[in-house]
Design a binder for this molecule. Sequence first.
Ligand code: PAF
Length: 301
Amino acid sequence: MAIQLVSTAAQLRAESARLLTQKGGTSQGLVPTMGALHEGHARLARTAVGQNDVVVASIFVNPLQFGEAVDLERYPRTLEADMALLDAEGVDLVFAPSADEVYPGGEPVVRITAGPLGGKWEGASRPGHFDGALTVVAKLLHFGMPGTGLSGGGGLPAYRAYFGQKDAQQLALVKRMVEDLNFPVEIVPVPIVRSEEGLALSSRNRFLSAEEREAALVLSRALLLVEARANAHVPLDLESAQALVESQPLVELDYFDVVDPRTLEPLAENCKDTPFRGEGLAIIAARVGPVRLIDNVPLDS
Ligand code: PAF
């Protein structure tokens, strides 16, 4: 069945209910995106299609999560190519609302606040970013929610939403929001997709020159060094991995650390001279040419 495009919440509700009934479905998946889709998003969509009877992808460039108006304006809009990618993955419905549809009264007065977890790492250099992202995610989770009793069985359809592990802080915050505020949805994390050379895919990579793209590979190389040390049960030696990043003149390092994946509190201090034990997340952020890049690798030792 060909993918459909809807732009209002009412159309989304009616169409997804119709599809669930038509398929006798018992589950609905939501893949929230801002468009400019790449293989990382394709993996989100593929995972959702593999686990649900009806899959909705949303495409909305959310003004609330951009600091500078110029960043919002230059964010790539590629609806036709995005629709083709989602269609190829078997997504049923694309919800691409206008800003008026999402925020009918203008910017919302009441918003979700990310709290202290939103103020560190990415939040430190992008004030208000996570409040804006969580506010729209809360709205999208409501828009994409399946209706009740659609399968005829009278039960609630299962509801899952898919988020990439590349935005580790966003993922941690969305999980906390859903847990803390009792949203009836399961959050499904989807692993990072990388280029052959190791660069984590991002909609921002298109702004890198060939030279900057090559330089940016140092981020994943540093993370892989730390991962190899964790797997080898030796001290992580973050300093030497950090020195590798700092040796690349086109890369301006912001942070590089090992944190608890849930609280994002640093762990590296605790495993400086002893082998790393337990679960952690090595995280890195740097400016490369015109863009800020983030990447991470889970550690489980
Ligand atoms: O990760 C993104 O693309 C965005 O932050 C999201 C989750 C779609 C909210 O605008």
